[in-house]
Design a protein around this ligand. Structure first.
Ligand code: EPU
Length: 338
């Protein structure tokens, strides 16, 4: 199914609930429909690909084309001794995929429960939570190349995944549209309960099962992160900064108890942006329609009626204060458009 609409209201398509319009909006439900659209010369210079809009801040109306891959479907596409391969369309709700994987008793995605957004966006920013990143379970990414109009695929290695990063944010930005993702899930789950309070929360249920881990993650997320259905937000607004080990050590000496994690990169340490922002006194701060979530300083919220520019202005103040106090430059995790 194709829909091509003019002056389309995006309020329902971004979890920050910013009121903004797109000049043109193209929705499709099969890869061939996108290919047809490209053949017909439908692609203008100014466009972007929209997923669940859960990691997006619209600064203004968007004076171009929004491509909305709303491809449905989750199905088994292969099997080996230890794995089942599940393919999911780009338009599938991420948490619906996680829910199904747990129902099928396949291990891997349970720690990533309740992350808002769609399957097609998961490889782009390599979504992660509670010690797991999507890259560990992504086998193959299928896409359409916007220049050639051909179907293409990327192996896990070709995706060049990093912390909230991949080739789709870099070399292939605006070059391909992801249409589906094949996940390689474990028939014999290996639980990952190392992160923070996850194990204790799972233990409350008595035994460690995929469903109990999923339920525990959901409880933890619900306690800390605002439900975008109730209060507009884009999840973590900033990335956790990755700094040189010596910078981290200096800060740790000065601020006892500062959280710091291995970054997976030599000589670099990951710090907690939420902690840095919290230390600057922003948690629970409100200014007009925008604010900083009371339970998690990394999340900026729209109390209703905020403009994208108001959110950006608050983010800028936060960024400056963290820089002044800690000498660390925060980078946005959300995609700011306009
Ligand atoms: N902290 C504070 N004050 C705060 C927030 C955090 O002191 O206001 C401290 C916490 O106590 C903890 C540390 O900072 O010691 C890290 O906080 P938390 O465990 O809540 O995780 P995070 O680093 O803030 C990251 C992801 C989240 C993901 C959680 C859980 C990023 C940018 N964010 O948050 O992802 O759910 O870990 O794994 O990596 C998202 O990307 O939108 C997102 C929500």
């Amino acid at each position: 199914m194709i829909r091509l609409l003019d002056n389309y209201d995006l309020t329902a398509y971004n979890t920050f609930r910013i009121r903004a319009k797109a000049k043109k909006f193209f929705e499709f439900t099969e890869p061939d429909e996108l290919i047809f659209f490209l053949q017909e010369g439908g692609l203008p210079g100014n466009f972007f690909v929209l997923g669940g809009g859960s990691n997006l801040l619209l600064k203004n109306d968007f004076n171009g084309l929004i491509i909305y891959p709303n491809i449905p479907g989750v199905g088994e596409v292969g099997e080996d001794r230890n794995h089942i391969f599940l393919e999911a369309g780009a338009g599938v709700e991420w948490d619906e995929l996680v829910r199904l994987s747990v129902v099928f008793e396949l291990g891997g995605l349970e720690n990533l429960s309740l992350i808002p957004g769609k399957v097609g966006a998961a490889p782009v920013q390599n979504v992660g939570a509670y010690g797991v990143e999507a890259k560990e379970y992504i086998h193959l990414v299928r896409a359409v190349d916007l220049q050639t109009g051909q179907k293409v695929e990327f192996t896990n290695e070709q995706c060049r995944f990093g912390y909230r990063d991949s080739i789709f944010k870099n070399e292939l930005k605006n070059k391909v549209v992801i249409t589906s993702v094949v996940f390689k899930l474990d028939k014999f789950p290996e639980y990952n309960l190392e992160y923070g309070a996850l194990k204790a929360e799972v233990d409350k249920a008595g035994e460690t099962t995929l469903q109990n881990v999923r339920d525990a993650v959901i409880r933890i997320r619900e306690a800390k992160l605002p439900d975008p259905e109730k209060i507009g937000n884009g999840g973590s607004f900033f990335k956790n900064p990755v700094v040189n080990d010596d910078v981290a050590k200096k800060l740790k000496d000065e601020y006892k108890g500062m959280p710091a994690y291995p970054s997976g990169i030599d000589d670099k340490t990951k710090l907690a942006a939420g902690w840095l922002i919290d230390q600057c006194g922003w948690k629970g701060y409100r200014e007009g329609n925008v604010g900083v979530h009371s339970e998690q300083a990394l999340v900026l919220v729209n109390y209703g009626g905020a403009t994208g520019a108001e959110v950006v202005a608050l983010a800028e103040k936060i960024k400056q204060s963290v820089n002044r106090k800690f000498g660390i430059e925060l980078m946005p995790e959300v995609n700011i458009i306009g």
